[in-house]
Design a protein around this ligand. Structure first.
Ligand code: MG
Length: 283
């Protein structure tokens, strides 16, 4: 079920709660100050200021309360996916948007891909990449397992982000002054991870939760997710087995089945071997 979770200010909460008739307000549970139930959405308002929208219209109810993109355009932003998934590649995308592209992305309501269903990603991203400048870097599992022993995950991410911006620059000739990365490591470490790279893109702003604050980061997270889903699809077709996302029990079970069919040696082409899942495999 579509779920959106936002942290709102006191003023926004009052406005939100007042926008529903009294009959829709139900008795709130523990730690909650209000519970609103409409036909197509349940809104749980917590004392902390967090509001969870759940139901088919969750996005519609939540969107007026999403933080407004801070946009100074042109803007470039990047984000990565696949780093918590045992199977499949790591994908990093960067997006470059001028005011017009940003308006277009806002119309498509581009934001954090973790809050968007896979079906909507598959439907929306082709429209984005047809029109908005972007670059994409995929690190497949074979390569990941080669480089991982001498690189930690943050170093791998830093290099992929940097590569995305280099490609974006090469493709479009220039990068804007305003570049944002959804922060996964502090700024000083980010640049330290890049030492030795032939070209380092600098002047980047690092912010957490940037995928909801900057439209380019939101769009980048959607493009990266799209590429990840497509890659998983290709793997599933190639091996005739439907690869699961995440790194939980389903991944464990799948890995055991996979090595029964294809042998343990083949796993390095489809999984991130340094994950704890590998240790749980039957001998
Ligand atoms: Mg991120």
């Amino acid at each position: 079920m579509p779920t959106v979770s936002l942290t709102l200010t006191e003023e926004e909460i009052l406005r939100l709660c007042a926008s529903f008739p009294a009959s829709l307000h139900k008795t709130p549970g523990p730690y909650m100050r209000d519970l609103i139930k409409t036909e197509d959405c349940v809104l749980s308002v917590y004392n902390s200021g967090k509001v969870v929208f759940q139901g088919s219209k969750a996005e519609e109810y939540a969107s007026p309360y999403r933080p407004k993109p801070k946009g100074i355009y042109p803007e470039a932003g990047s984000d990565e996916v696949g780093t918590g998934d045992y199977f499949g590649p790591i994908a990093v995308a960067a997006v470059l948007a001028d005011q017009k592209d940003a308006d277009f992305l806002k119309c498509l309501s581009a934001h954090d891909s973790k809050q968007i269903t896979d079906a909507r990603i598959l439907e929306t991203v082709p429209k984005i990449i047809e029109r908005v400048p972007y670059s994409l870097c995929l690190l497949d599992n074979t390569k990941y397992n080669e480089v991982q022993p001498s690189n930690n995950m943050n170093r791998i991410k830093a290099r992929l982000h940097n590569m995305c911006y280099r490609n974006l620059k090469k493709k479009y000739g220039t990068l804007p002054e305003h570049i944002i990365i959804d922060q996964f490591t502090p700024e000083n470490l980010y640049y330290r991870y890049l030492s030795g790279e032939p070209e380092i893109i600098r002047g980047i702003t690092f912010e957490t939760k940037a995928e909801d604050k900057y439209i380019t980061v939101g769009a980048a997270s959607m493009i990266a997710r799209y590429a990840f889903l497509k890659a998983m699809d290709q793997m599933s077709k190639k091996y005739g087995m439907e690869f699961p996302k995440g790194a939980g029990e389903k991944a464990d079970e799948f890995a055991a089945n996979f090595i029964r069919r294809y042998g343990k040696d083949e796993l390095k082409h489809v999984a991130k071997l340094n994950f704890a899942n590998t240790k749980k495999l039957p001998e």
